[in-house]
Write a protein that binds this ligand. Structure first.
Ligand SMILES: CC(C)(COP(=O)(O)OP(=O)(O)OC[C@H]1O[C@@H](n2cnc3c(N)ncnc32)[C@H](O)[C@@H]1O)[C@@H](O)C(=O)NCCC(=O)NCCS
Ligand SMILES: Nc1ncnc2c1ncn2[C@@H]1O[C@H](COP(=O)(O)OP(=O)(O)OP(=O)(O)O)[C@@H](O)[C@H]1O
Length: 235
């Protein structure tokens, strides 16, 4: 099995690239969706966050007011660390669970879209790592436009993450999304060629078929061993 890591910075274009993967029938695990699920009312993640941040972050219906929590954590590094610490195990498990379900369905290539792939040290589980890079001015403008936020708020969110230039040094493949959507689609085509290369032996070994073949060879080996010992004892 090949787990392709898709990462980038806030508003660098990960969802846009993830939609291109989906359009080519790749299964995509979205860490933001996993995080939203973990924060749903009544879930353990929700309970931990409420006890760490208090009832003030809740809406009248008891769900977490995500924009409000966002305002707190993006303007306060200590609070951000606290939220990350509280939620990390649940997000990690949620992603693992989604990957496992897709593995059981027999998918050989799975894309995981994790904005904080390097920050959360999940990069060691994915290969190759595709980074959606964008220059800082374009990132700021796109973030302000998409979320209708002020420059200060947008910059705080960008500063809350590892810089895209540093991420670039750690990634295997880089998509420069500073240009048009047409440029992006062209680069995506080259990425697709690399991502869909035949599986290596190790990747095959971790695929559902590889594991089935391994188990089958153990069963056959054990049967042959018993057959042989029965034969020799009957002589
Ligand atoms: C802070 C929250 C409540 C804001 O929710 P909201 O719906 O407004 O934003 P959304 O979840 O769509 O996130 C938007 C983007 O913000 C960035 N981001 C989110 N959390 C963090 C964080 N802790 N540190 C840095 N950047 C973050 C990511 O680039 C993400 O793609 C939410 O993002 C959250 O629960 N974050 C903590 C969980 C987490 O680490 N998520 C990232 C998955 S790896
Ligand atoms: N090449 C492009 N040209 C113009 N606009 C773009 C381009 N790529 C993405 N956008 C726009 O930029 C914004 C951010 O893109 P997108 O939502 O894909 O980023 P993201 O990395 O998934 O963000 P987040 O981290 O918040 O989830 C969106 O409004 C999207 O439509």
């Amino acid at each position: 099995m090949r787990i392709v890591g898709l990462t980038g910075g806030i508003a660098s274009g990960k969802s846009t690239v993830s939609n291109l993967f989906k359009a080519h029938d790749f299964p995509v695990v979205d860490a933001d969706l996993v995080a939203h699920d973990v924060l749903k009312k009544g879930k353990t993640g929700w309970k931990k966050v409420v006890s760490a941040f208090g009832d003030d972050i809740l809406q009248p219906d008891g769900e977490v007011d995500r924009p409000k929590l966002g305002q707190i954590i993006f303007s306060n590094p200590e609070k951000r660390k606290l939220l990350n610490r509280v939620l990390a195990p649940y997000i990690w498990f949620g992603i693992f669970w989604e990957v496992l379900k897709l593995w059981m369905e027999g998918f050989k290539i799975i894309v995981v879209d994790v904005p904080l792939l390097f920050e959360a040290k999940m990069d060691k589980w994915t290969k190759p790592i595709v980074l959606v890079w964008v220059d800082s001015e374009t990132q700021l403008q796109r973030l302000m436009l998409r979320d209708s936020t002020s420059e200060d708020d947008a910059q705080n969110k960008i500063n809350a993450q590892m810089s895209l230039d540093l991420k670039k040094t750690k990634a295997d493949l880089v998509i420069d999304n500073t240009g048009s959507l047409k440029d992006l689609r062209e680069q995506f085509r080259s990425i697709l060629v690399i991502v869909t290369k035949p599986l290596t032996w190790t990747e095959f070994g971790f695929s559902r078929r590889g594991v089935a073949l391994f188990l089958l060879s153990i069963v056959v080996g054990v049967l042959m061993y018993f057959q042989r010992s029965l034969y020799t004892s009957s002589l």
